[in-house]
Each structure stands twice: as structure tokens, then as C-alpha cells.
Design a protein around this ligand. Structure first.
Ligand SMILES: Cc1cc2nc3c(=O)[nH]c(=O)nc-3n(C[C@H](O)[C@H](O)[C@H](O)COP(=O)(O)OP(=O)(O)OC[C@H]3O[C@@H](n4cnc5c(N)ncnc54)[C@H](O)[C@@H]3O)c2cc1C
Length: 450
């Protein structure tokens, strides 16, 4: 390789940033040079680490420090507040780069098709998460009027949502939670949050760490039901898995606890498949059907019960959005690919790659996006014969193009400015940071245009 390899990455979440890092290191090891431009729709980088991971998980949010090192390595340029498909298109990228890696993740809730799911008072977890994590593109107000709330799902996002709903807001104060969110949570009359899973207590998708955290919430009783335990004849076999064994021990400890003194309760219901949201004009109850294990999975028992709730949150998974001019698998919600090479039917699409949640679907932790990126970069680097042929390099080409299109992009220096500004807002209150939420304000701080 004589002239530097030029690669665009779309999406500055962990997948896009890890891809940039691995690409940079791999090319350097081979004695070559690479220039990487990272295009991000939001004025700030880090995707769901900033706008998904719960504010009371500072250890996970701390991954941002490692991601920032990649951005500051000198090989990567960040173009924030630039939306692929609106501000920049495939034809632009073909003209300026040898290839593109799409790392656009997933932002929407997967659907749950049960009657009543669209009633007022029924929400998607992704929307609530965006609200409490201060996403600039969602309304600032969230209706927290329910005393009793149902959360549907047995994964970590369901636990995050349940925890954020039931936790006393003053216990969130040391975190980076936005001020409007604290105010919203302070006004919440919630007393009971019910989490429903259709499988048994050992069939959950929680990780032990996240589960254990629930039991540490101040002034919140954990309520479990004896009839949900000892149902599955395969329990002992399942406990051979270390993670499941830990989960089982945590749940058993909670079952021994004395309850009845706390002002709020978190109920875990297993073997409970939601089959309708009920209400006359708005949510009044959730109906669930009891399930039982079979040789091949689960079946309904025909036994139903109604739990009075005034709000329902479905946390049944995320779903990605299609990108203009890029193949998309509507069923799986991913860019079709083989090991990261984008496919159009059975043909690979030259110059296009995918990584992270848009590549393999919205499951897995931040760490998994690293192994994803490694695989994608291996494919990209072995495809030299099919890379695009860009125009000669001109460092100003992208800034010029964006300026012509009237895009107020933000860069790494701008992110550092915003980061420092947010930390300074938090310091007088002993808080990690106070997030700037409005997009205009984020841009103004980043571009030093206040
Ligand atoms: C609620 C929630 C909590 C989580 N908590 C944890 C946790 O505690 N620990 C953990 O390890 N993992 C956690 N995860 C999982 C983790 O967030 C994901 O594994 C990871 O973020 C996926 O990375 P990604 O880069 O593929 O996608 P994302 O993080 O979604 O990043 C994609 C980026 O692409 C950008 N983008 C999208 N479309 C465009 C476009 N058209 N143009 C330009 N840019 C675009 C987005 O703005 C975003 O910044 C959580 C996930 C969720 C949903």
C-alpha cells in the first residue's frame, strides 16, 4: 500500500470506534498508513454507552475513557452531527474513501404484538432509556403518573428500566442523570414495579451482576413467588452453568428475606407470558398467561390472571433501522453480511462492511463489539482488489462538502469541549457531570459558538 488507505466509519458507538482502533493497529502492523473518518449522527460520540447504559452504571460508562483514547490517537477524525443518508451519501463516500464500515447500532424497540400494546400508558423501553439518558432527540418530559407499573422482558434492559422506575431519585443524584430526569422521577408516585418473564427463574437473560444490584436498592423490597420455583425438572442440569447457578443463589437469598417495611416493591414474576394490555382508553391492567416447561421449550397452561397496572413498558429487544442505499434484512433488522462483508442477496457489495449491532443484531455487551470489529477488519483488509477507487486525497474535501450542505458538524476538539463543560456543570454539586440535553446547545458548546 503506498497512498494511505482511507476508510469511512458510519456510527461512533463502541462498534465503530473499536473498528477504527483495530483498523489503525492492523494497518500499522503491516507497515501501512490509514486515515479514518468517523461520521456520527449525534453531536457526541459513544452511541449507547452514552445513551443506553444506565446513569447509575458509572463503571460501564467509564469505557468512554478507552474509546476517547482511540478518537484522540491522531488517525481518526470525528464528524459529529452528520447523518448518513441525509447529510452524506454512498456516492460521497465512494468518491472519498476506499470503503465504508457501517456501525449504526440499533435505537428502536422491537415490536410486541399483543392486543392493547398501543394503549396510552404503554411504552417502549428504548424510548424511556433515551429519556433518562438525556438523548437530544426525544421529548424532555416523560409521563410518570403510575403507581403500579409492568415491565415486560427478562433481559438486562428490563432490569435497567425496572431499576430506574423503582429507585429513589435522590440515590441517582451523584450520577450523570440529567436534571429534568431527576425532576420527573421525583414526581413519580410509583410504589410497585412488576417484571414479567415467560420462562422460569433459571431461563432469564439477566447477567448476575445486574440482577444482584436490584437487591441492593434502598427502601425497595424484592418480591418473589414460591410457585415460580422448582417448576422445571431440568433445574439441576441448568445449574451446571455457573452464571445460572449464581442467579439461582441470588433469587434464593431474596426469597428468605423479610419484606413489608419498604415503601416500594419490585416484583419478579416468572412463567408469565403477557398476552394483552387491558384498559378502557388507557392502560389499566396487564393480562398474563401462566406457562410451563415442555421438552421443547414452553407452552401456555390456559390459566390467566390480570395484574392492575397503570403503565406498561416492553423491554423485548431493540431493532435497527435501515440505511438509505444499503441492503437491509427487514426480518432480522440487520445489514445482511458474511463475517462483516455486506451482501446484496448472494453477492458481496464491494467496499461496504458492517460491524456491531447492525451486523449481528441487538444482543451482547460492549465487549462483544470488539470481536465483531476484529472479524470485519480482517475481511476488509483482505479485499484490496475490490475496494473503491477514490479521488486523490484532499484533507479539506469532507469539511468543504459539509459546509456546502450547511451541516454544523462537531469534531473531537468539540467533543472534548462539551465533555469538560458537562463535568464543570456537575462539579459544584459533587456530580460526575450534568449532561447537556438539547441538540442545539450541544452543538453550540462543541463549536464554541455560545
Ligand atoms: C438500554 C441498554 C443498556 C445497556 N447496558 C449495557 C451495559 O451496562 N454493559 C454493556 O456492556 N452493554 C450494555 N448495553 C449494550 C451495548 O450498549 C451495545 O453492545 C453496544 O452499544 C452496541 O454498539 P454499536 O456501536 O453496535 O451500537 P450503538 O452503541 O447503538 O452505536 C451506533 C451509533 O451509530 C449512530 N448512527 C445511527 N444511525 C446513523 C446514521 N444514519 N448516520 C450516522 N450515525 C448513525 C448512532 O447515533 C450511534 O451513536 C446496553 C444496551 C442498551 C440498549
Amino acid at each position: 500500500m503506498s497512498a494511505p488507505l482511507r476508510i469511512a466509519v458510519v456510527g461512533a458507538g463502541p462498534a465503530g470506534i473499536y473498528a477504527a482502533d483495530i483498523l489503525k493497529k492492523s494497518v500499522a502492523e503491516a507497515g501501512g498508513d490509514v486515515l479514518i473518518d468517523l461520521f456520527e449522527h449525534l453531536p457526541a460520540p459513544y452511541g449507547l454507552v452514552r445513551y443506553g447504559v444506565a446513569p447509575d452504571h458509572p463503571r460501564i460508562k467509564g469505557i468512554i475513557a478507552a474509546l476517547r483514547e482511540v478518537l484522540e490517537s491522531g488517525v481518526v477524525r470525528l464528524f459529529g452531527n452528520v447523518r448518513f443518508g441525509e447529510d452524506i451519501h454512498v456516492a460521497d463516500l465512494e468518491r472519498l474513501y476506499h470503503g465504508v464500515i457501517f456501525a449504526t447500532g440499533a435505537t428502536k424497540d422491537a415490536p410486541l404484538e399483543i392486543p392493547g400494546i398501543d394503549l396510552p400508558g404503554s411504552y417502549g423501553a428504548a424510548d424511556f432509556v433515551s429519556w433518562y439518558d438525556g438523548h437530544p432527540d426525544v421529548p424532555r418530559e416523560w409521563p410518570l403518573e403510575a403507581k403500579e407499573i409492568a415491565v415486560i422482558g427478562n433481559g438486562n434492559v428490563a432490569l435497567d428500566v425496572a431499576r430506574m422506575l423503582v429507585k429513589h431519585p435522590e440515590d441517582l443524584l451523584p450520577t450523570e442523570v440529567p436534571a429534568n430526569v431527576v425532576a420527573g422521577l421525583e414526581a413519580s408516585p410509583v410504589t410497585d414495579v412488576h417484571v414479567f418473564g415467560r420462562r422460569g427463574p433459571l431461563g432469564v437473560k439477566f447477567t448476575p451482576l445486574e440482577l444482584r444490584e436490584l437487591g441492593e436498592l434502598r427502601d425497595v423490597d424484592m418480591i418473589l413467588h414460591d410457585e415460580d420455583f422448582g417448576v422445571d425438572p431440568d433445574e439441576e442440569q441448568q445449574k451446571q452453568n455457573k452464571q445460572i447457578l449464581v442467579i439461582s443463589r441470588v433469587l434464593d437469598q431474596w426469597r428468605q428475606r423479610e419484606v413489608g417495611h419498604a415503601s416500594r416493591r419490585l416484583h419478579l414474576h416468572f412463567w408469565s407470558r403477557p398476552d394483552a394490555v387491558l384498559g378502557d382508553g388507557r392502560v389499566e391492567a396487564l393480562r398474563v398467561e401462566r406457562t410451563r416447561p415442555t421438552e421443547h421449550g414452553l407452552e401456555g397452561t390456559g390459566e390467566h390472571r390480570e395484574i392492575p397496572v397503570q403503565a406498561v413498558y416492553r423491554a423485548v429487544g431493540y431493532f435497527s433501522s435501515p440505511l438509505p442505499e444499503v441492503p437491509f434484512d427487514e426480518r432480522r433488522g440487520v445489514i445482511p453480511n458474511i463475517a462483516g462483508r455486506v451482501q446484496d442477496g448472494s453477492r458481496p457489495v464491494p467496499g461496504m462492511y458492517a460491524t456491531g449491532w447492525i451486523k449481528r443484531g441487538p444482543v451482547g455487551l460492549i465487549g462483544h463489539t470488539k470481536s465483531d470489529a476484529k472479524e470485519t477488519i480482517e475481511q476488509l483488509l483482505s479485499d484490496e482488489h475490490s475496494w473503491w477507487t477514490p479521488e486523490p486525497y484532499d484533507a479539506d474535501a469532507v469539511p468543504r462538502l459539509l459546509a456546502e450542505r450547511g451541516v454544523a458538524w462537531t469534531d473531537i476538539a468539540g467533543w472534548i469541549r462539551l465533555d469538560e463543560h458537562e463535568m464543570a456543570l456537575g462539579a459544584p454539586h459533587g456530580r460526575a457531570r450534568v449532561k447537556v440535553v438539547p441538540r442545539d446547545e450541544m452543538i453550540a458548546v462543541s463549536r464554541d459558538e455560545r
